[in-house]
Design a protein around this ligand. Structure first.
Ligand SMILES: [Zn+2]
Length: 147
């Protein structure tokens, strides 16, 4: 009896287990010209050079993409909730070199050396939590477990 009431209660008031996924990497391929485009940050707007005008924007903040003919666009997205072995091949960090004066380039976290990972951790004040930092911490753990 108690179970039936609980079941009925849950039917009307379901417990929501929400898992929020963050975009780690997104890329589109224009099937008209075969160009692949990845957006690395919010203001990184890229477009292909063919008449289909496939575009992607938003980096890891959101994924916005479009084209004259959307059926000719393939979207590829990696989320932080995907298997980390896979995530680390796509998650990246922007940097301007050791002196901070070089051009902005994006390096996959799997290709960052241990010192750089630690420098990123040290850069953020104690208690900081953001999706990028969580990936850096996961990468450090991953390396410890997969030596
Ligand atoms: Zn194109």
């Amino acid at each position: 009896m108690k179970n039936r009431i609980l079941k009925l209660w849950r039917y009307f008031f379901p417990v929501k287990l929400e898992v929020r996924s963050e975009v780690v990497y997104s890329e589109i391929t224009c099937l008209e010209c075969n160009e692949s485009l990845a957006s690395y940050n919010r203001h990184d707007y890229k477009t292909c050079s063919c008449p289909n005008e496939a575009m992607i924007d938003g980096g890891t903040d959101y994924t916005r993409y479009g084209a004259k003919d959307l059926t000719k666009v393939d979207l590829f997205t990696v989320l932080d909730t995907d298997d980390f072995k896979f995530v680390r091949r796509f998650a990246s960090r922007g940097g301007r070199g050791i002196d901070g004066r070089g051009p902005l380039t994006w390096v996959k976290i799997k290709d960052m050396n241990d010192g750089w990972l630690q420098a990123v951790l040290d850069y953020y004040p104690e208690g900081t939590d953001n999706s990028h930092l969580r990936l850096i911490k996961k990468e450090i753990e991953y390396r410890k477990e997969n030596k």
